[in-house]
Design a protein around this ligand. Structure first.
Ligand code: NAG
Length: 129
């Protein structure tokens, strides 16, 4: 292996991207409901949870969230992170439901990336502004 490859290799191994996830979840409910919102990264091997936030509420509420996650460039095969927000909840349902936003392709060389999504949990959808 020549030294140029070694330099590129070690540079890619230390690279990390900071993710700033924010948004809100809305639920109209007569009773108690709980949710977990996750910043996730999908790659060839597995789905990784970068960061998560959970909370329970009573009645009609809109809950804002804001959280930071870091992804390391672990694979040499991939030049992008595929990033999404996923909410699992039991708003207006006794069984757990899940809704996932669209995925964003974020180049691993990016230092920071911010995304914001609002979720309507009764309809189990991402609200498009
Ligand atoms: C949602 O889960 C919480 C915690 O387990 C529970 O207290 C609540 O009653 C559940 N709500 C619904 C609508 O099932």
């Amino acid at each position: 292996m020549n030294s140029l490859i070694l330099v590129l290799l070690s540079a890619s191994l230390v690279a990390a991207t900071n993710f700033d996830f924010s948004g809100a979840v809305k639920c109209e409910s007569k009773g108690r409901w709980c949710f977990t919102v996750r910043g996730i990264e999908v790659d060839l091997i597995s789905d990784d949870e970068l960061v998560a936030y959970d909370k329970c509420q009573d009645g009609d509420k809109t809950v804002k969230f804001s959280m930071l996650g870091v992804a390391d460039d672990d694979g040499l095969l991939d030049s992008t992170f595929e990033i999404a927000l996923q909410v699992t909840h039991n708003c207006s349902s006794s069984t757990e439901k899940s809704v996932t936003s669209e995925y964003y392709n974020v180049p691993v060389k990016e230092v920071a990336f911010a995304m914001s999504k609002n979720f309507d949990l009764n309809a189990n959808i991402v609200v498009v502004p």
